[in-house]
Design a protein around this ligand. Structure first.
Ligand code: NAP
Ligand code: MN
Length: 258
């Protein structure tokens, strides 16, 4: 089994500690073609690790060791390392989650992006005006700062700050949540989050010039003829290793209630 380590500079010491433990136990380190990636940090680091290996996700299992604040993706802490190394030699408990796919359509071309948490369009300069479609049916013309679609796994991130619902991470659905929708006597939008079946597509169409397209920790600013952004559940899946007593409700309780 080949193991790769992914971390930000501030966690270098912690990464070196893990590296020593792994080498002592006979594991080979390989960041190019790893079977397992250890993400050493918080959720931000974990998201970056997934994007760094976005074209090799099928063959990699991700293990998050939490040195961040929340560590929603991270099933382990430093104290778990000895036990985890034993588990590495046996069978790992893996959960598979689908990534979101964003198809960005321009006048003459198309671009695909992927995300674990969410894909969002935001206009930091002017009111964003966008039609919202669920499959081919129009839901509304939205006016406001932006629109976001998250996965169930991403529902506890930006979506939660926007007032969206938490979704059991085992559900294969999409959640649409507004970012500061206008609400007055003339313009209205849905206002609540909308959860739809994961076999549907959510599209934003309209004058999408000078918007920022954000996806997880990444973003790009679009100046030119962007016509449409369509978000769906992709074929790409990420394999995340958890300890056997992992539970979504426990995680929510620990992160947001206690
Ligand atoms: P970051 O500062 O690492 O992430 C922001 C916060 O979100 C951190 O506390 C992070 O936990 C937490 N987080 C990330 N994914 C989560 C998940 N699935 N469930 C619960 N909490 C989660 O920032 P970043 O590196 O740019 O990461 C990008 C993510 O930040 C985006 O995908 C977006 O969801 C989130 N974000 C949130 C807001 C907001 O809430 N207003 C605004 C922008 C972006 P750790 O402390 O463990 O890293
Ligand atoms: Mn972070």
């Amino acid at each position: 089994m080949k193991i790769g380590l992914y971390y930000k500079e501030k966690n270098k010491e912690n990464a070196l500690f893990l590296k020593e433990q792994l080498e002592k136990n006979g594991f080979t380190l390989d960041n190019v073609n790893p079977d397992v990636i250890f993400s050493i940090g918080g959720d931000g680091t974990f998201l970056q690790a997934v994007h760094a290996y976005i074209n090799k996700l099928d063959s990699i299992k991700f293990i998050g060791i939490n040195y961040g604040s929340l560590g929603f993706f991270c099933g382990y802490t430093k104290e778990d390392i000895p036990e985890l190394i034993k588990e590495l030699k046996g069978e790992l408990f893996v959960k598979q989650y689908s990534l979101l796919k964003g198809e960005i359509k321009y006048q003459n071309s198309e671009q695909d992006i992927y995300a674990l948490n969410e894909i969002r369009i935001e206009n930091p300069f002017h009111t964003l005006i966008s039609d919202v479609f669920i499959d081919d049916e129009k839901l509304e013309t939205f006016r406001g700062n932006g629109l976001m679609v998250c996965s169930s796994l991403g529902s506890s991130a930006y979506n939660k700050s926007l007032g969206g619902s938490l979704i059991d991470s085992d559900l294969n659905v999409l959640e649409l949540t507004e970012i500061a929708g206008l609400d007055n006597n003339i313009f209205h939008s849905l206002k609540s989050s909308l959860v739809v079946n994961g076999n549907k597509k959510i599209s934003f169409k309209g004058d999408l010039s000078s918007i920022v397209v954000g996806y997880d920790n990444l973003s790009m600013q679009k100046e030119d003829n962007l016509l449409e952004v369509t978000i769906s559940i992709s074929d790409k899946k990420v394999n995340i290793v958890y300890s056997k007593n992992n539970s979504y409700i426990k995680k929510i309780r620990k992160s947001f209630v206690l």
